[in-house]
Design a protein around this ligand. Sequence first.
Ligand code: NAP
Length: 479
Amino acid sequence: MHTACFVDGAFVPARSGRTFAVRNPATDAEVAQVADGWLDDARAAVEAAARAFPAWKSIAAIERARHLRRLAELMHRDAERLADLCSQECGKPLAEARTEVAYAASFLEWYAEEGKRVYGETIPASDQAKRLLVLRRPCGVAAAITPWNFPIAMVTRKMGPALAAGCTQVVKPAEQTPLSALAIAALAAEAGLPAGVLNVVPGLDAASISDAFFDTLHVRHVSFTGSTEVGRILLRRSAEQVVRVSLELGGHAPFIVFDDADLDAAVAGAMASKFRNAGQTCVCANRFLVQRGIHDAFVERFTAAVAALKVGDGRADGTQVGPLIDDAGLRKAEAHVADALARGARATTGGTRARVEGCTDRFMRPTVLTGVTPAMTCFREETFGPVAPVCAFDSEGDALRLANDTPYGLAAYVFTKDGARIVRMSEELQYGIVGINDALPATAQAPFGGVKHSGLGREGGRQGIEEYLDLRYVSWRVG
Ligand code: NAP
């Protein structure tokens, strides 16, 4: 297991010599002591990335693609080990962690190909003595700040496009889950990635590490996935060096079920969307808006499926819902449930902590709340826990109004068979991602990101690589 900072192609201790404990949220067992990087470690990483940039941007895209593909192959080879590490760090069930490894590798595989298609343009000039060209050039060193809920995939979703574009990168992983990022760094070294192209600086003081991203002209792009609150801080800081930022922030996804929906598909979609990673995903359904005619049948089937979920240590056989990441996460989910119950909602299942033999008390019984209204906290704030609030509505207009009544705009889901309604909802929902009869829309080929307080920029798809490219206009007098 790698536990040191990865700088300039080598694992090195933090300059301060300090380390911090990474603990399994299910058991509180110490997984490892990890280097506690700080400003000077991050500056060294930025300098290494800046030194590596001229050579990396100059090699053929097809060569960069080989490195990325090789790294993806090594991730598949070591999938079981990576999944186990991921589950230990963030508590998610092993089956989900395995899916995350494959999803993470898919960003490297997809951008290995997309990097070959960074085409330029020629523009017909009005002066026949000139040729006008548009080049797309890698912007420089890219910095990435990643969250704990997808410790592997959030790294590669930023790394794939950055490295394919010809940028070099410094990654600052979440303090709860640095080991997965360091494991990727070790595989990148094995894949033959040149020193300095990828650097990873873990640490407890995220603000000091990110200072190194904003006090230099080398870093030309900062990509962040995490809370809206921290996103705002980074957006303000980006003004200092006029650096580009991509922000993948919080969400508050409505999951809308119309009377004409396929009930089986809607319930299966609700389960997949809500309870992945114990409800700790930015795109997970936060509010179930269910039309009155199908409401009772949906609640009955959904409640039965939720009550049957197996809660436990992510590494134990058959576990479907693991622990919350920490005590604060548990308290927040509990507070949302208590607020809803106090204001008249009813728990048809769950609502309390779950006892898991030999584990911490950080587990919550998967919960369905009915009779939820917009006055309740869970209707307005991201719960980030296994809590499914259900609210009945009458008309399509009501559903749209309720769904759009939030500052967030990451993902929304609609279950219906009506084609004209599908068009209207796709166009009128104020969200970056709309899943139509599809609860799991995220994929490497498509642009992922939000509007309003859910963020700026896109990751994935051909759009994702644009974030790392500068346009250069060349005016060439030929005669
Ligand atoms: P967070 O507190 O914002 O942390 C995310 C990352 O930012 C971590 O690496 C954290 O480091 C770092 N950070 C914290 N304060 C910072 C500062 N002042 N300057 C620079 N970096 C700082 O978010 P979280 O609680 O880990 O993640 C949950 C949130 O992420 C949710 O709101 C969720 O919706 C969102 N999310 C969004 C997406 C998306 O694609 N839109 C995907 C996943 C999660 P430390 O760990 O060291 O504090």
